[in-house]
Design a protein around this ligand. Structure first.
Ligand code: ATP
Ligand code: MG
Length: 369
């Protein structure tokens, strides 16, 4: 540190609905933490989703994807809204998101589910079950049954209409997601649970075999295996047993949503989609919340925590990430809440005001070293 500042190009994709409101907060937080931690952050903005459909007739203009590809990390807010719900397939905002993930080669989806002590009562589960929960779900994002060929509609021997999909995983696809997960577990508490259905599925048998094999490269990580039906149960029964979970596309889709509900606050959850090389994509778990857009009611904390994930996993700047997370903690400790996480005795604030409070708290945060 010191003389030669680390400099990064960050593409901001505010998107639709509450996206621009929460992105504004995250950008200001990033600017300040950049100064504090001696990073040079250059921001560029581009349109995706509904905003890009309105402007260019394309949910992912080439210029937007090119900008993303040429940056060190991409911070996305949210995509979609009622306005485009009845559009034909190629003019749907969600197409932009899928194109973005594919265009960035992002095959690993990282979904933390952390129960913050200040918000433990927001969970629908008992305090003693969820207090202290800190799980990271690593989901394979570009393979499995959602993409396997052949798929389609047909007719069976009895003349009935059928629908069919193919679940397929290659060794290379499994190995690379396993490595991401082992690296993650190593940075966390050193435990990895691989979730599959190998009593029934061939893809899962290969999955278990390869994850076990890759595990030999990580003797310091404690590996276990669990069937997906049991994992779904254990997440509700005793979620504290989990540290890092690695699983395929469809199981991860379901389990990561299940895990997120342990925290009880959709407005607080960040996520990341990363590949082998190239910039990662960082975004809140929640959507564009069109029902509250433009009303200054949105909780910007998931967006701000996504920016922290970007610093930690995208730019390898853990000190800056930690400074942001500590600031979010601090603001919650002081009792400030947006409507979605409001409870008795706390102070209700809007999105912009939450941003001001964050900046004030950040400006007073102590030097890191
Ligand atoms: P998508 O399909 O894009 O995931 P969705 O309609 O399934 O969108 P959200 O857009 O996440 O889901 O909205 C679900 C509910 O949660 C809405 O009532 C919305 O207002 C609320 N919500 C989502 N994000 C936030 C936030 N950051 N702050 C406050 N409320 C939020
Ligand atoms: Mg949704």
């Amino acid at each position: 540190e010191g003389a030669c500042a680390r400099s990064y190009k960050i593409t901001l994709l505010p998107g639709d609905g509450i996206g621009p409101e929460i992105m504004k907060v995250a950008k200001e937080v990033l600017k300040m933490v950049g100064q504090q931690e001696g990073m040079e952050l250059a921001f560029e903005e581009a349109l995706v989703g509904g905003a890009a459909i309105d402007e260019y007739g394309n949910p992912l203009p080439d210029s937007s994807l090119a900008l993303c590809r040429n940056s060190d990390a991409v911070l996305l807010a949210a995509i979609g809204g009622y306005k485009w719900d009845n559009n034909t397939a190629h003019l749907r905002p969600e197409r932009g998101l899928l194109g973005l993930r594919a265009g960035l080669g992002a095959f690993a989806n990282l979904r933390p589910a952390t129960v913050l002590p200040q918000l433990v009562d927001a969970s629908t589960l008992k305090r003693e079950v969820v207090e202290g929960v800190d799980i990271m779900v690593v989901r394979e994002l570009t393979g499995g049954i959602y993409f396997g060929q052949p798929k389609g509609f047909g007719v069976n021997e009895a003349g009935e209409r059928t629908g069919f999909n193919t679940m397929i995983y290659s060794v290379q696809e499994i190995d690379r997601i396993a490595r991401v997960a082992f690296e993650m577990a190593r940075k966390r508490r050193g435990r990895l649970c691989s979730v599959d259905k190998s009593n029934v599925l061939e893809t899962s048998q290969l999955w278990r075999e390869r994850v076990t094999e890759i595990g030999k490269e990580y003797p310091d990580v404690e590996l276990s295996h669990m069937y997906v039906d049991n994992a779904a149960m254990q997440l509700i029964r005793a979620p504290k047993q989990f540290d890092t979970i690695v699983t395929g596309n469809i199981f991860g889709d379901i389990l990561s949503d299940e895990a997120s509900m342990l925290t009880g606050s959709i407005g607080m959850l960040p996520s990341a989609s990363v590949g082998e090389s190239g910039p990662g994509l960082f975004e809140p778990v929640h959507g564009s919340a069109p029902d509250i857009a433009g009303q200054d009611k949105a909780n910007p904390l998931a967006q701000v925590l996504s920016a922290a994930m970007m610093l930690r996993y995208g730019l390898n700047e853990p000190a800056a990430a930690q400074r942001i997370e500590a600031t979010v903690f601090n603001v919650l400790d002081k009792g400030y809440r947006t409507g979605d996480i409001m409870s008795a005795g706390k102070t209700l604030v809007g999105c912009a005001q939450m941003g001001d409070i964050l900046l004030h708290s950040l400006s007073q945060s102590t030097e890191s070293h």
